[in-house]
Design a protein around this ligand. Structure first.
Ligand SMILES: [Zn+2]
Ligand SMILES: [Zn+2]
Length: 445
């Protein structure tokens, strides 16, 4: 089957692809709560004749399309989660798809339905796994931690959890197409930071704020000093490490006439390598502890592994770039953009399999902002699905020659899944940082 024929197969499902984008935009759900999204997408896949493996206790599913001929397994994903964006004019229940993940689900549907058409797999070998994945945005950390404490999940990110559960075992090449608001480069790609999450609780002593503040220890002031101390170490971050530390204060007292006995912060520490994250997290922890000491407060930290840095596979970048240039023209394609300072759990997959996380245009407004929306769903979703299909075809045609060439490339960062998880697990930490003796203060960082 020729290039344009695959395009026709996708365009046959154009109306449905656009309908999925509209429906999910109007029904946003945040990570590990995408139950309606799962049900909606599952209905579409089942109607198309797919048999689904449901995650069950968390949202999402996967399904396999086998060519009947041995070969590599390609994993194509669509992220399902929205963001908390209560000020977005089209927010529903305080949520909006302000990162455009709903468009990925529309692309996924388009690719899955096109490749199910008669003749679509002729000349291909291996298999394709389609996966609707939950929880890419690393938000509502306390909620996810409660799922972790209950043993429902083991990691905070949807793909990391799916990887841990074995849903990606046997997959050789993984990709998805994320929406972008880029106006000049409709198809682009870049590597990006990893991150960890850090929840911080300052504990002080409550007392009458007017009558007897001398009896209290102000946890809010300790937390405020902690924020300032973190700001003071920013000049020590190396440019080449692309460090981003962006704390928010999540609580700072309950009544105005009581010295706050508790104040909480939440932050990420992002960096270009796990080493830089580890090193700079140590400095952040030390700064937070020093602030507690200044006030005589206590402080505890709860560190959790977030996402590993994303390294796109050069071979897939090249293959997809060729397809995008053919579809969109060279002036609209940039496969080698500068390093990105955001993070994604595609980074975790890139530690253990050949991974590709490009961006396709059609969005407008600020990413994660209150004006974000998909303004050209034809480009994002329909053309996006065409690219997903054409990339699978390019990888699996001619005895999967291109996929095999990619798989024979330089070694991945970890020899296997176990080694990757062992490294990520080293970031788990629950510690009280400061202890007070009569004449001595002990700081652990
Ligand atoms: Zn996002
Ligand atoms: Zn996103």
């Amino acid at each position: 089957m020729e290039f344009d024929a695959y395009r026709t197969l996708v365009e046959k499902h154009r109306e449905l692809i656009l309908e999925v984008e509209r429906y999910l935009w109007k029904h946003p759900e945040t990570g590990f709560r995408e139950w309606n999204t799962t049900e909606y997408l599952a209905g579409i896949f089942e109607a198309a004749g797919y048999t689904l493996h449901m995650a069950g206790d968390i949202p999402g599913f996967y399904t396999d399309l086998d060519t009947g001929r041995p070969g590599p397994r390609i994993l194509i994903m669509g992220e399902m989660d929205a963001l908390l964006a209560p000020n977005h004019p089209e927010a529903v229940n305080g949520c909006a798809h302000a990162c455009g993940h709903h468009a990925q689900c529309a692309e996924l549907v388009g690719a899955a339905l096109a490749l199910k058409e008669p003749g679509a797999l002729d000349g291909l070998c291996g298999s394709i796994r389609f996966m609707a994945v939950p929880a890419e945005e690393l938000i509502e950390v306390s909620f996810r931690e409660s799922l972790r404490q209950k043993g429902v999940i083991h990691y905070l990110g949807g793909k990391v959890e799916y990887l841990y559960r074995g849903y990606m075992d046997g997959c050789d090449i993984a990709y998805l197409l994320h929406a972008t608001n880029s106006r000049s480069e409709d198809f682009n790609c870049y590597n990006s930071n990893g991150c960890i999450t850090k929840e911080v609780t300052y504990k002080g002593v409550a007392a009458h704020a007017g009558g007897s503040p001398q009896s209290g220890v102000n946890a809010l002031y300790a937390a405020s000093l902690g924020l300032q101390a973190v700001n003071a170490i920013r000049e020590t971050f190396l440019d080449s490490d692309h460090v981003r530390v962006h704390p928010i204060m999540t609580s700072g007292g309950s009544s105005v006439n009581i010295i706050p006995s508790e104040a909480t912060l939440s932050t990420f520490i992002r960096g270009a390598s796990l080493e830089s994250i580890r090193e700079n997290n140590r400095k952040v922890t030390r700064a937070l502890a020093g602030a507690a000491v200044s006030l005589g407060a206590k402080v505890t930290v709860h560190d959790r592994p977030g996402y590993a840095p994303l390294l796109n596979d050069p071979g897939i970048v090249e293959a997809a770039g060729e397809i995008a240039v053919r579809l969109l023209g060279a002036d609209r394609v940039n496969m080698h953009k500068p390093w990105g300072s955001g993070s994604t759990d595609m980074g975790d997959l890139s530690c253990v399999m050949r991974t590709f996380h490009p961006h396709i245009g059609g969005a407008s407004g600020r990413s994660h902002g209150d004006d974000y929306r998909i303004t050209d769903p034809e480009l994002t979703c329909v053309t996006g699905a065409v690219i997903e299909v054409l990339l699978a075809v390019e990888l699996l045609k001619d005895g999967a020659a291109r996929a095999r060439q990619i798989l024979a490339g330089p070694p991945l960062r970890y020899p296997d899944k176990a080694a990757y998880f062992a490294d990520m697990d080293s970031f788990f930490r629950d510690s009280e940082l400061v202890t007070y003796d009569e004449n001595r203060i002990c700081i652990e960082f």
